[in-house]
Design a protein around this ligand. Sequence first.
Ligand SMILES: Nc1ncnc2c1ncn2[C@@H]1O[C@H](COP(=O)(O)OP(=O)(O)OP(=O)(O)O)[C@@H](O)[C@H]1O
Ligand SMILES: [Mg+2]
Length: 505
Amino acid sequence: MKSLMRAKMLSKFGSTMASIMFMYAMFQQFIPYTFRSKFEKFVHKFIGYFNPNIQIIFLEFAGERLERSKAYALIQSYLSSYASNQARRLKADVGKSSTSLVLSMDNHEEVPDEYEGVKLLWSASKKHVKATGFSIHPTSVPDERRYYKLTFHKRYREIVINSYIKYVLEKGKEIAVQNRQRRLYTNSYGSYGPRKGNWSHVAFDHPATFGTLAMETQKKNEIIDDLLTFSKSKDYYAKIGKAWKRGYLLYGPPGTGKSTMISAMANLLHYDVYDLELTAVTDNTELRKLLIETSSKSIIVIEDIDCSLDLTGQRKKKKKKENDEEMDPMLKRAKEEGSSIKESKVTLSGLLNFIDGIWSACGGERIIVFTTNHVAQLDPALIRRGRMDKHIELSYCSFEGFKVLAKNYLDIDSHQLFEVIEELLGHIQMTPADVAENLMLTTITRNAETCLENLIQALKNAMEEKKLKAEEEAKAVELKKLKADKMQKTSKAEEKASQEEVKDD
Ligand SMILES: Nc1ncnc2c1ncn2[C@@H]1O[C@H](COP(=O)(O)OP(=O)(O)OP(=O)(O)O)[C@@H](O)[C@H]1O
Ligand SMILES: [Mg+2]
C-alpha cells in the first residue's frame, strides 16, 4: 500500500510539473525573447532538482506512418495480468482463442509494479488529437491517442532501460502467445485444400492435454519436463550454437495415442501445428518452401513416416516398385480412387538436409515430430539422435493408463471392478483407443459400472481370441512338423528302395 502511495505521489508531482510547463507554453509569447531561454533553463533545472522521477511514454500509434506500435501491444498484454488484480476500472475482451477473458486497465487507471526491488508505476491515458489536413488512413488511426506512461525514480534509469523494459516486452509476448487463436496448418490438397505447395489453416482447438493422456505418470512428466525445458532454452541453444529445434519420434501400434500426444504437446506449449503430408509434396524444392514458411513456436508433424514415402531403409534399397504390394500405400489408394496425386520426388536426403540445415538459418523455436507404427523399418539415418532427439514409445494400455481414462471418461478414481481390470490388463494387450471406446457413456451404457463391465467383457473376449489364436498357431506348427516328418520318412523310404534296386541290378 505504501509503495502504491509513494508511486502515486511521484506521478502527481510529474503531472503538476507538466501543468506548469503547459502554462508556460501558453504564455511564453508574452515573455521577452532574451528572458525566455534563461527562464527555460531555470525551469528545467528547477524541475530536475525537485523531481526525482523519469517518465517514459509508449504511444499506441507511433512513427511517421502512425502505425500501431508493437511495444504498446506487448505492454498491454503484460499489464493485463496486473490489471485484473490491481486496477479498479478494467476493460474486458475475449481472447482470440475465444476461451480466455483478456482484461486491460481502463484509461486514467494506474498499476504499480516491482522489478528486482525497483518500484515502478504504469498508468494508462489518452489525449485527443485534432485531425489536421487530409489523411490517407482516415479511419485506421483514431483521434484519441492512447498511451502508457511508465514512472520510476531516476536512480533506476539504467536497470529500467536496459533490463526491465526488455523483460516487460518478453513477458507481454508470452502472454500474447497464450491468448492468440492457434492454428492447424495442412498442405494436403484436394477440393477444399490449399493451392499446391501452400499451407491452408483452420483454428486449432483440440482438447487433448497431458492430463487426459493415458500413460505412466513418470514417463509423462519426463516428456513435459523435456518440452518445457526446450521452450525456455533460447539462450542455451544460442550459446551452444545450435538451431533452436527439437525432434521427437513417436512410435507404437495404431490407437496408442501418438496423434493425441501431438495435440497435447501443442496445447502445453501454445504452439501452432503444421501437419505436413509428404505424399502431397512434389519435390525437395517444394518441401523446402513449405518448411521455410512455417512460423516460430510451432510443431511440424509428419505422420506415419514409414508409409509416407520411399524413406525407409529397406525400401530404399529396392530399385523400383513394380507391383502394387510394394507401392506406397498413399499412392496405391490414390490410384484406386482415381485421384490425380503424382508420385512424390521428395527424397530422404532432401528431408534430412532440411532438418539439419535450413532451419538453422530460419532461427526460432520449432519442434518436429515423426510418427510411425513400424519403428524398425525406418532408415537409421532419419531417426538418429540429434535429428530425432527423443524417441517415445506409446504402447498398450497399462493399469495406470486405464485409471487416467476412467477419470476422464467416467469421472471415477476407484471402483470394485478395478481389481479385475488390473488383472486382465496384466495378461492382455489392448490399445488405449479400444479401452476408451468401452468407457464412453452412451444412451446404452448409461453408467460407469456398465462401462466397466463392458470393458471387462471386451478384455475377456480378447483373451479368448488370443487363446484360440495361440491354439491354432500351435496346431499349425504341429501340422507342419508332421508334414515335415512324413516327407522325411517318404524320402528315406524312396532312397532305401532305390538303393535296393541298384543292389538287385
Ligand atoms: N494414450 C491415450 N490416452 C488417451 N486417449 C487415447 C490414447 N490413445 C488413444 N486414445 C484415444 O484413441 C483415439 C485414437 O488415438 P490416436 O489417434 O492418438 O492414436 P494413434 O496412435 O495416433 O493411432 P494411429 O497410429 O492409427 O495414427 C483418440 O481419439 C483418443 O481418444
Ligand atoms: Mg495417429
